[in-house]
Design a binder for this molecule. Structure first.
Ligand code: SF4
Ligand code: SF4
Length: 343
């Protein structure tokens, strides 16, 4: 697909962006022209892409579709991606299974900050590769710090400046502002620890609450999803997320054909468009088939655990029962299903 084709795909029937189109349509100024434009799109092309564009433009939100509509939509996309990426692509529509509530646990004592999880996630989930590469996982590099009562009346260490009221911590390891784009020669680096972060699949997700078009919602297995076709790119969810977990496609995603993972899920890692939000979905294309997430599989020190919170025998439940566990920003009452633990 050429750049022009891509921008047409994004632009909608009349060359407007989706937001412009919706706003004008609401005012009744484009309806007739849009239908005429979309008709021309169909008339001029019989490709899978043109058919998919037409279909996608007028399709319902995924959770409101009938089973038949879901099947049609999936078949359209499979044809389109197969043609576009030159490899047989599947778009899975497997729904949440009964009796499953997914949860994640991460041992921060074990993490060595190698960032293999970051790269495995990018590959598995078809993120845009450059300008910029979109990464759903951030591994924050934090300085180890000490709490010393005798420092209570002192200021922040240089060069941070003076804090009125004292600061009992040395070093900066008490904030979440750690570095996350680093490529160390050797890990772990002396004097540091690492805090990987990704979507916490909150039980009470603020991102869902603020979405004005209800394109993001929580599935019954606890995974918070985004129907990309309905995202209007307002980025309310990005600002509402207290965990810095959502990413926005400012530009046309750049996914080389040879690197595209053809095993996709409709609500997960299928190729995205410009102007939509995305984030970790606990690799639902894998986990709903009984597999581990890509980040769990790749972690060389076994810091990552995943499983069904409703199954007392699952690894993640064992962690909750036996280890010292905490959740980030617990005071916000978002109830993350992503737990950190120490042995
Ligand atoms: S971590 Fe952020 S994006 Fe994920 S569910 Fe919670 S609020 Fe939403
Ligand atoms: S792969 Fe494992 S050890 Fe490496 S950064 Fe990720 S969580 Fe830490």
């Amino acid at each position: 697909m050429t750049d022009k084709d891509k921008s047409n795909e994004q632009a909608g029937p009349e060359g407007n962006s989706r937001r412009e189109f919706l706003s004008k349509a609401a005012k009744g100024t484009v309806a007739a022209a849009a239908v005429a434009g979309a008709g021309a799109l169909l008339a001029n092309s019989d490709t899978a892409e043109a058919k998919a564009s037409w279909g996608e433009w007028f399709q319902k939100n995924y959770r409101l579709m009938t089973d038949e509509e879901k099947k049609e939509s999936i078949a359209r996309l499979e044809k389109r991606y197969t043609e576009e990426f030159g490899k047989k692509t599947t778009v899975d529509g497997t729904p949440a299974q009964e009796g499953v509530l997914f949860g994640y646990a991460l041992n921060i004592q074990k993490c060595i900050g190698c960032r293999r999880c970051v790269h495995a996630c990018v590959k598995e989930n078809n993120q845009s590769r450059d300008n910029p590469e979109i990464q759903w996982i951030r591994v924050l590099k934090m300085e180890k710090g000490n709490f010393l009562a005798e420092n209570m009346d002192k200021g922040y260490p240089d060069p941070v400046g003076i804090q009125v009221g004292g600061n009992a911590y040395q070093n900066a390891g008490v904030t979440l502002e750690g570095e996350h784009y680093y490529e160390p020669e050797q890990v772990p680096e002396k004097g540091h620890f690492y805090l990987p972060m990704q979507c916490m699949q909150c039980e009470k997700p603020p991102c869902v609450k603020v979405c004005p078009v209800r394109t993001t919602y929580r599935e019954p297995d606890g995974i918070v999803v985004i129907d990309y076709n309905w995202c209007i790119g307002c980025r309310m969810c990005v600002s509402a997320c207290p965990y810095w977990a959502r990413r926005f496609n400012w530009g046309e995603p750049n996914l080389p054909k040879e690197e595209m993972n053809p095993n996709t899920h409709y609500l997960g890692n299928r190729p995205r468009m410009k102007g939509v939000t995305e984030k970790c979905t606990f690799c639902m294309q894998r986990t709903r088939q009984g597999r581990y997430t890509a980040c769990v599989e790749v972690c060389p020190v076994g810091a990552r655990k995943f499983g069904n919170l409703l199954d007392p025998e699952s690894e993640v439940r064992k962690v909750l029962e036996k280890k010292r566990v905490f959740r980030l920003k617990a005071e916000l009452n978002t109830y993350p299903k992503f737990f950190y633990f120490i042995d």
